[in-house]
Design a protein around this ligand. Structure first.
Ligand code: 5GP
Length: 120
C-alpha cells in the first residue's frame, strides 16, 4: 500500500477538511468519526504520513509511537471510558476493509459493545 497525500485524513491534518477535534499532542490528532458506530467513536491518527499499523510500527520513531499511544489513552480518559470500558480497532488492508489509507485507531465505547464480530 502506498501513501496518498490527498487521502481524507491527510486533508484533515492540513485543515482542508473540518473535523471535531477531541485531543491533540505533538504526534497525534483525535477527532470524532463522521459515521459513529457507538455512542463514543473517536479516530486517533498520527500527524506524520503512515498508511497503516504495519507502516507505523515499522517506521515511526519511539517518540511518535509513545505520543500516539498516549493520545489513544487520553481520548479514552477525556470521553470518560476508563471505568466503563472501550475497544480500540485498527484496520489494516483489504481483509480488514481499511477505507482510509492513513493509519488510524478507532476508539469505541459508551455502551456495551458486545462480543467482537467478524464476518464469516
Ligand atoms: P477504516 O474503515 O479505514 O478503518 O475507517 C475509516 C473511518 O473514517 C470510518 O469509520 C469513517 O466513518 C471515517 N471517515 C471517513 N471520512 C471521514 C471524514 O471526512 N471525517 C471524519 N471525521 N471521519 C471520516
Amino acid at each position: 500500500m502506498t501513501y496518498d497525500s490527498d487521502n481524507i485524513f491527510a486533508r484533515i491534518l492540513r485543515g482542508e477538511i473540518p473535523c471535531t477535534r477531541v485531543y491533540e499532542n505533538e504526534y497525534a490528532l483525535a477527532f470524532e468519526d463522521i459515521n459513529p458506530l457507538a455512542p463514543v467513536h473517536v479516530l486517533v491518527i498520527p500527524k506524520a504520513a503512515y498508511v497503516s499499523h504495519a507502516d507505523f510500527a515499522a517506521r515511526a520513531s519511539d517518540a511518535e509511537i509513545a505520543g500516539f499511544t498516549r493520545a489513544v489513552g487520553e481520548v479514552a480518559k477525556i470521553r470518560g471510558l476508563d471505568e466503563t470500558g472501550y475497544r480500540t480497532v485498527a484496520n489494516h488492508g483489504a481483509d480488514a476493509r481499511q477505507d482510509v489509507l492513513h493509519y488510524h485507531v478507532h476508539v469505541l465505547g459508551g455502551h456495551n459493545l458486545g462480543v467482537m464480530i467478524t464476518a464469516r
